[in-house]
Design a protein around this ligand. Structure first.
Ligand SMILES: Nc1nc2c(ncn2[C@@H]2O[C@H](COP(=O)(O)OP(=O)(O)OP(=O)(O)O)[C@@H](O)[C@H]2O)c(=O)[nH]1
Ligand SMILES: [Mg+2]
Length: 616
């Protein structure tokens, strides 16, 4: 890994000149910068140390109106080099940049007092002492402060040695957890004739090899890394540090500063995040949010369940962004405001997809505090456990519904609901399909989960109860263990007949119920049991649907009726069935108050909302 060190400090205090004295590279590359003698955009330089290892530098502007560009640079560094001119002493942007570094959580760095040749030894010593005092109130407390002259070279060798010490400190503090991928926040984009787009940035995480495919975040595009350059030389693999990538699969117009290229599954686009604030902000405070090389308008949510104060006393909040940006839990966010007491507030991203809907009830200070602690420690198993506890349900990153995790308290709630339902009314047996519905419904009442996923989880939870011996299963029936099966359960012939009948009614135009029952050899008691247990819905004397089919038709009818008054022909076309069925369905939905008949057609009825909740 090549450690990236960023300059910081007031305008004209000698940041760019210092980098030139250290590295021989002029980080002011724009013609306008050279003409005006000031840095406008971020610049880059690097230094080869006597032992052959290298240091990367990011140079930032000190102008007060260019703080946004300063943060682009500061968002991609490991350590800071604060520059203060000896003749001028600490000034406004000295303070502001220090506050921004603090908000970013940069706790490795050193300070350089430049222009010692102009100020003379006494004044220089004074400013060195003043800078030491300044640092003491920040995360950089105790960092070395060195005096130099970038013009005659005094102190530059000592500074190089101090930079090696700084680098070693950063490397020693690097987390031991293995990164899950590579990540590069784009800071510059070029178009190279005949080669296509080239982007630069600071590579983080895993080394990056030529040929790999990376996701462009936000967005749903992928690019292939065609060539990698580090410090102007082509390499097969880049270690973390500054890198330039020639990519295939995107035009330079699709790429811009603020987007990330990554193969780390943890980095996702998000415009709503759960954050822990370094100091509290009022509800609906507006700010500019800076993360990596991106900046976007933001609003802080600290009302109701989002007004969290964690057990350690720190405030948490939901931040909403005007546009999504690439983010992972553990990232630092800087919130910059134009007014108010706290103009610069740092924040830690705790969760990039905070609980929504019903799951927000689980958002307690204890759960969020536990997740914040896990994210800070960077232990992925602990993070997953804490997220599960916060959300109630945790989907697997690869989208496999079979791998959905359910919080233990929620498992207990669902199990209790199943066991109660099985014994409802003193009965000790229940149809499996109905119990699956019960379990899925209970899940959806307590956590945010889609219908398909809930059905899958419900099936698994019931299977587990059977495996654990808490329920007995026989065919399509569940029973409490110890139940006298012979007496309580319908016989297998009847069970099979009921299943046959249910299947034959799971079509859009089923045969008359009496005919279907005869064809399935299902006696009246079986038909009644199917209806009682909610597996079929009988519309009128001789028309019945399997409940799954009926639910789909209801959802379709409701969707159409919500858009415009529903006439029979429209429902006929949408379902592909005949007028006879359509009329029976509309009458039934009218009777159940899911739809309401009006002269112009059917519109959603008083009970439409309840039905819509369970629609797919
Ligand atoms: N005598 C003397 N002049 C210096 C020294 N360092 C910088 N300067 C001069 O100070 C002026 C500003 O230097 P820059 O390096 O452009 O300052 P900067 O901090 O990069 O400024 P911005 O990028 O605009 O924030 C230039 O004229 C430099 O020649 C030094 O150590 N001694
Ligand atoms: Mg400069």
């Amino acid at each position: 890994m090549t450690v990236v060190i960023g300059t910081a400090g007031h305008i004209d205090h000698g940041k760019t000149t210092l980098l030139r004295a250290l590295t021989g590279i002029d980080a002011d590359r724009l013609p306008e910068e050279r003409r005006r003698g000031m840095t406008i955009d971020v610049g880059y330089a690097h230094l080869t140390l006597p032992d052959g290892t290298e240091l990367d530098f990011v140079d930032v502007p000190g102008h007060d109106r260019l703080v946004g560009n300063m943060l682009v640079g500061a968002g991609e560094i490991d350590a800071a080099m604060l520059v203060v001119a000896a003749d001028d002493g600490p000034r406004a942007q000295t303070m502001e940049h220090l506050a921004l570094l603090d908000a970013l959580g940069i706790d490795h760095g050193l300070a350089v007092v430049t222009k010692a040749d102009v100020a003379g030894p006494d004044r220089t010593a004074e400013v060195v002492a003043a800078v030491e005092r300044l640092l003491s109130g920040t995360a950089l407390a105790g960092s070395p402060v060195l005096a130099v002259s970038s013009i005659d070279g005094d102190g530059i060798e000592a500074l190089r040695a101090a930079l090696v010490g700084l680098r070693d400190g950063v490397l020693a503090a690097a987390p031991e957890v293995a990164p899950h991928g590579s990540r590069l926040e784009i800071d510059r984009v070029f178009s190279v004739k005949g080669r296509g787009a080239v982007v630069t940035g600071t590579l983080r995480g895993r080394p990056l090899a030529r040929g790999v495919t990376l996701r462009l975040v936000p967005g749903d595009r992928s690019v292939r890394v065609r060539e990698i350059q580090v410090h102007g030389a082509t390499v097969d693999e880049a270690q973390p540090g500054r890198a330039a990538l020639n990519v295939a699969g995107a035009e330079s117009g699709d790429l811009h500063r603020g987007l990330a290229l990554t193969d780390d599954p943890a980095v996702v686009p998000s415009d709503r995040m759960l954050i822990r604030l370094d100091s509290t902000l009022p509800d609906r405070a507006r700010a500019r949010a800076h993360l990596g090389t991106a900046a976007v308008d933001a609003s802080i949510g600290r009302s109701g369940r989002d007004a969290l104060d964690l057990p350690d006393g720190t405030p948490a909040a939901i931040v909403r962004l005007a546009a999504p940006l690439a983010v992972a839990a553990g990232d630092r966010l800087v919130l910059r405001r134009t007014s108010g007491a706290d103009r610069i507030v740092g924040a830690l991203v705790i969760d990039v997809t905070p609980p929504r809907g019903i799951s927000r009830r689980r958002q307690t200070p204890e759960r969020v505090g536990r997740l914040a602690a896990a994210v800070t420690a960077g232990a992925s198993d602990d993070i997953a456990d804490a997220r599960l506890d916060l959300h109630g349900i945790l989907e697997h990153p690869d989208g496999d519904v079979g791998k959905i995790r359910v919080a233990s308290d929620l498992v207990a709630t669902v199990n209790a609901a199943i066991l109660t339902a099985v014994t409802v009314g003193g009965a000790v047996v229940a149809p499996l399909a109905v119990m699956r519905e019960t379990a899925a419904r209970t899940l959806r009442r307590h956590a945010t989960i889609g219908r398909t996923a809930a059905a899958m989880v419900a099936t698994n939870l019931i299977d587990q109860l059977v495996t654990d011996g808490q329920l007995d299963r026989r065919g399509a029936w569940l029973a409490l263990p110890g139940t006298d099966r012979a007496a309580s359960l319908p016989d297998q012939t009847l069970i099979d007949a009921m299943e046959r009948l249910e299947r034959s009614l799971a079509v859009i135009a089923p045969p008359p119920l009496s005919e279907a029952a005869a064809a399935a050899a299902c006696p009246t008691e079986g038909v009644r049991e199917l209806e009682r247990s909610g597996r079929i819905v009988v519309l009128d004397g001789d028309l019945a649907y399997a409940t799954t089919t009926y639910d789909e038709i209801t959802a379709t009818a409701l969707r159409l009726a919500t858009a415009a008054p529903l006439i029979p022909a429209a429902l006929r076309d949408a379902t592909g069935t005949s007028r006879k069925y359509v009329m029976a369905i509309l009458e039934d939905l009218d009777r159940r108050a899911i739809l309401r008949r009006t002269p112009g057609g059917h519109v959603p009825g008083p009970r439409a909302a309840r039905s819509a909740v369970s629609a797919p």
